[in-house]
Design a protein around this ligand. Sequence first.
Ligand code: FES
Length: 118
Amino acid sequence: MDARVMESETSTDAAQWTQLCLLEDVTHGDGLQVKVGERILAVWRVDDLAFVTDDTCTHGEASLVATGMLDGFSIVCGLHQGEFDIRTGEVRAAPCSKPIRSYAAAVREGFVLARLAE
Ligand code: FES
C-alpha cells in the first residue's frame, strides 16, 4: 500500500466523528489519502492541525494528495495548478470554479477524526 493512502477502520462515535488515521501518519505540510467506504478523503496536516477534504479535484478528477502540493493552507492541484483552501474547500485559483467538500476535523488522543455525515 502506498504510504500516502490508508483505509480507515471507520469507527464512528455517538457524535458522528469518524476516526480516519493517526496524525503521525500524515507528514507535516502534506496530505494522506484515506478511503472510507466509497469516499476518498484527503487528510492534510499543517503543524499539529489536521484538515479533511475530498481528495478529488473538482476540475479534472485528479487526486489532490497524489498530484498536489500544499502551500500553507492551500492545496495546489498538480494537473492544472487550480487551488483550494483546505480549511474551507473554497477555490483560490482557476481553472477550478467549484469548491471541494471540506469536513469538520479534530485531533483526539493522536487520532484524526472527521464529521462525514454533515
Ligand atoms: S484537475 Fe485539478 S486543476 Fe485541473
